[in-house]
Design a protein around this ligand. Structure first.
Ligand code: NAD
Length: 480
């Protein structure tokens, strides 16, 4: 068990350096067994208005910080996060149902995101423009600078409640902006605890504001407020589309879904890639936007890969998320588990073979591997967001690439082969935000550019790239 346990308590919102409560509350439960963990408050229009006013003052203060001061703030946040790591891991595990060992890893990754954000702050710069490259530029000089844009609204999903928040707060602070954060309704606790950490790190009042409530109410009020300069959203495609339709001329970054594919060529190193697939498909019960969902196996390697993959998957330990040994725990709630179960049943009825798993107990789904699945079924062509891997077979690499490219998503994809020429050709042909060679598409380090094509979204994260989205490029030109 985690060494820190949390007794049920209230987590107020945080606005302009103050704790804020409303008359409307919501209980947060442990997804694994439905036991109550904490109580939070629902922000109405008046509270959102107060948050926007506080964030305006916060934005002015953040813009006034020198780059080394912004970097220093982010570095202090990292130090405090390392100090309080176990408390944050326990909160993440309790609100999301994520196994504690993965929650600890999320806290470590959040620190990496802060380190990269501090680096992005120190490196924030424009460039000199060679004006005299055109005749009318003769005798002129120009440079660009990157200026803060004001209030950044961060709307985050349930699956990485801390690190995905950090991917928005870190770059926003590096850019000199303030943040209004609306965490997912079922996982707001780590964000509300983070507010205290950010204050302790010395952030100006109003630099970080955390408001809680349902997306359709609180989230929509934030998105609709014209004083918010940018929305940075991570979540599902339908909500992303709704937000995009409301932002008008304001900035928006959308990090959306995927049904990630891996292509396994006959010369792939199976000793390396099979265990990576077990982790890549079943970490956090597949509730990862780049979870390995579709595995395309070249015919010569398909049988050997399948037997190894099934055998290693059966060894995964299912249990309570706060137990140290647990590798698989529940999904975010029973409804989501029932949806995943219904997609598995639909595949079964269409002739799919269940090689392992396929059962549900409450909110927990056994890690499941399917074969013979028609590719038009939900479980293959939509994002399953559950512990399910679908095995496909192919003959020619070009065929596998065409099938993967035909999908509606484009976040990350993996290709496994020792032949660098084939790997490179595949990487050039695949229309994705990221191509991962000789590893699963679930691979990510926090400073790399990350984001998708097609329905997987708009814009890039990774602090250096997110800072570009969160700043205004200004040209200053003068006659010599
Ligand atoms: P979701 O879209 O249901 O909710 C995400 C956030 O949006 C929540 O905070 C929610 O309250 C808010 N929201 C809902 N309706 C809103 C509205 N009308 N206006 C404003 N805000 C609103 O997503 P989820 O179920 O929490 O997370 C799962 C999804 O997130 C998956 O599709 C997954 O692929 C995606 N995801 C993507 C990435 C990525 O980086 N591309 C990373 C993690 C998760």
């Amino acid at each position: 068990m985690s060494t820190v346990s949390i007794a049920r308590r209230e987590f107020p919102m945080w606005i302009g350096g103050q704790l804020v409560r409303t008359s409307s509350t919501q209980t947060i439960t442990l997804p694994y067994d439905g036991s109550p963990v904490a109580d939070v408050y629902v922000a109405d229009a008046a509270v959102v208005e107060r948050a926007v006013t506080a964030a305006e003052a916060g934005a002015r203060a953040m813009a006034g910080l020198a780059l080394y001061e912004r970097a220093g703030l982010l570095e202090e946040m990292r130090r405090l996060l390392a100090r309080d790591a176990e408390e944050f891991a326990t909160l993440i595990s309790s609100e999301s149902g994520k196994p504690i060992r993965e929650a600890r890893f999320e806290v470590e990754r959040s620190q990496q995101t802060l380190i990269a954000s501090a680096g992005a702050a120190r490196d924030l710069h424009g460039e000199a423009i060679p004006m005299d490259a055109a005749p009318t530029g003769k005798g002129r000089w120009a440079m660009t600078v990157r200026e803060p844009i004001g209030i950044v609204a961060a709307i985050t999903p349930f699956n990485f409640p801390l690190n995905l928040a950090m991917h928005k707060i870190g770059p926003a602070f590096a850019a000199g902006n303030s943040v209004i954060h609306k965490p997912a309704e079922n996982t707001p606790l780590s964000a509300l605890r983070l507010a205290r950490l950010i204050q302790e790190a010395g952030a100006p009042e109003g630099a970080y504001n955390a408001v809680t409530g349902p997306g359709e109410l609180t989230g929509d009020l934030i998105v609709s407020n014209e004083r918010v300069a940018m929305i940075t959203f991570t979540g599902s495609v339908p909500v992303g589309q709704k937000i995009r339709s409301k932002v008008g001329l304001r900035r928006v970054t959308l990090e959306l879904g995927n049904n990630s594919s891996l292509i396994v060529e006959p010369d792939a190193d199976l000793e390396m890639i099979v265990p990576r697939c077990v982790t890549g498909s079943f970490s956090h019960s597949g509730q990862v936007c780049i979870s390995v969902q579709n595995i395309y196996l070249q015919e010569k390697v398909a049988d050997e890969f399948t037997s190894k993959f099934v055998e290693q998957t059966r060894r995964l330990r299912i249990g309570h998320p706060l137990e140290d040994a647990t590798e698989i725990s529940s999904l975010i709630n029973v409804n989501e588990a029932a949806r995943v179960e219904s997609w598995i049943d639909e595949a079964r009825r269409s002739g799919a073979k269940v090689l392992t798993g396929g059962t549900r107990q409450g909110a927990t789904i056994e890690p499941t591997i399917l074969a013979n699945v028609p590719s038009h079924l939900n479980i293959s062509c939509k994002e399953v967001f559950g512990p399910v891997a679908v095995l496909h077979r192919y003959g020619a690499l070009e065929d596998a690439i065409a099938r993967v490219n035909a999908g509606e998503y484009g976040l990350q994809v993996g290709v496994c082969t020792q032949d660098m020429g084939r790997a490179f050709r595949a990487a050039q042909s695949l229309r994705f935000g990221g191509v991962i060679v000789n590893d699963v598409p679930a691979y990510r380090v926090d400073h790399m550019p990350y984001g998708g094509t097609k329905k997987s979204g708009v814009g890039r994260e990774g602090p250096r790239y997110a800072v570009e989205e969160m700043t205004e490029l200004k040209l200053i030109c003068w006659r010599a």
